[in-house]
Design a protein around this ligand. Structure first.
Ligand code: HEC
Ligand code: HEC
Length: 222
């Protein structure tokens, strides 16, 4: 063993040591952060993600029927986007267009595209509890009073389209969108509560953005 070690060129020795450190750190990180996002490769995701930008990369783009804004994804938690894609793929979250999109991706591609679309998370800025409307106070324990998910499993709501938030809450109320926590949370909300909540979270800044769509050469004005 030591002979083999000695025969190794110095550089590979260094590389081996680095690899061992990286491996043990990886193991540590895995135990400490079991719920952290399975970050994919955003560079790979950029290629897959181009097709997604046909809807998610256009500011103010609306789903025709029912009529609401396509959700903003930039700044969202990558873990949440990945979870959402898995749900569309399995059909647990029913939406035909997104079901087909997700069916075309394997789990690694879903992680990569989630990492690309999410980009950097929204920077958290504290919001005094007094500014939070009473109807949204209970939501803050998971979605933050500043609208930023307190853990990667909880979506960020700050800056999300108002019409999409309203739509999502209606879907939880009717049970069309199934999630035990959110079905319970939405059950007692009145139409007025939903309007107040959606107005509050959608207007919070810093918040989510539309993913910028890279221009092709021929689209750039000379
Ligand atoms: C034809 C338009 C269209 C295309 C193309 C499209 N999406 Fe979507 N996407 C939507 C709509 C509309 C919704 C909201 C659906 C709903 O109400 O559940 C959505 C929702 C999502 C969500 C859930 C967001 C949230 O806040 O819960 C994710 C994640 C997502 N899309 C990712 C993708 C990815 C990845 C691609 C490309 C592989 C893609 N989408 C392509 C229209 C589109
Ligand atoms: C105990 C934690 C928790 C609380 C409290 C909570 N939520 Fe959620 N919320 C979640 C989780 C988890 C999801 C993702 C569920 C899914 O996959 O559909 C979610 C999803 C959502 C979504 C969909 C976001 C998207 O991008 O599609 C909206 C809107 C939302 N919550 C609003 C609220 C509101 C309004 C309240 C308060 C009345 C609230 N939530 C309270 C955990 C919570």
């Amino acid at each position: 063993m030591s002979e083999l070690w000695l025969r190794l060129p110095v550089r590979s020795g260094v590389r081996l040591a680095t690899a061992i450190v990286a491996l043990s750190c990886g193991a540590l990180a895995a135990t400490a952060t079991a719920t952290q996002p399975p970050i994919g490769n955003a560079r790979e995701g950029r290629i897959i993600g181009y097709t997604c930008l046909g809807c998610h990369g256009i500011k103010g783009y609306r789903n025709a029927y029912p009529d609401y804004n396509v959700p903003r994804l930039r700044g969202q938690s990558a873990q949440y986007l990945y979870d959402a894609l898995k749900e569309y793929r399995s059909g647990a979250r029913a939406y035909p267009t997104m079901h087909l999109q997700a069916l075309s991706l394997d789990p690694q591609q879903m992680r990569d595209v989630a990492a690309y679309l999410a980009g950097k998370p929204v920077k958290a800025r504290p919001v005094p509890a007094a500014r939070v409307p009473a109807q949204a106070a209970v939501c803050a324990s998971c979605h933050g009073s500043n609208g930023i998910g307190v853990s990667p499993m909880y979506p960020t709501l700050a800056g999300q389209h108002e019409s999409y938030l309203i739509r999502a809450l209606h879907e939880y109320q009717t049970g069309y969108r199934k999630n035990p926590i959110m079905n319970a949370m939405a059950a007692s909300l009145s139409a007025t509560d939903i309007r107040i909540i959606a107005a509050y979270f959608s207007r919070l800044r810093p918040g989510l953005h539309t993913v910028p769509r890279p221009l092709f050469k021929w689209e750039v004005k000379k």
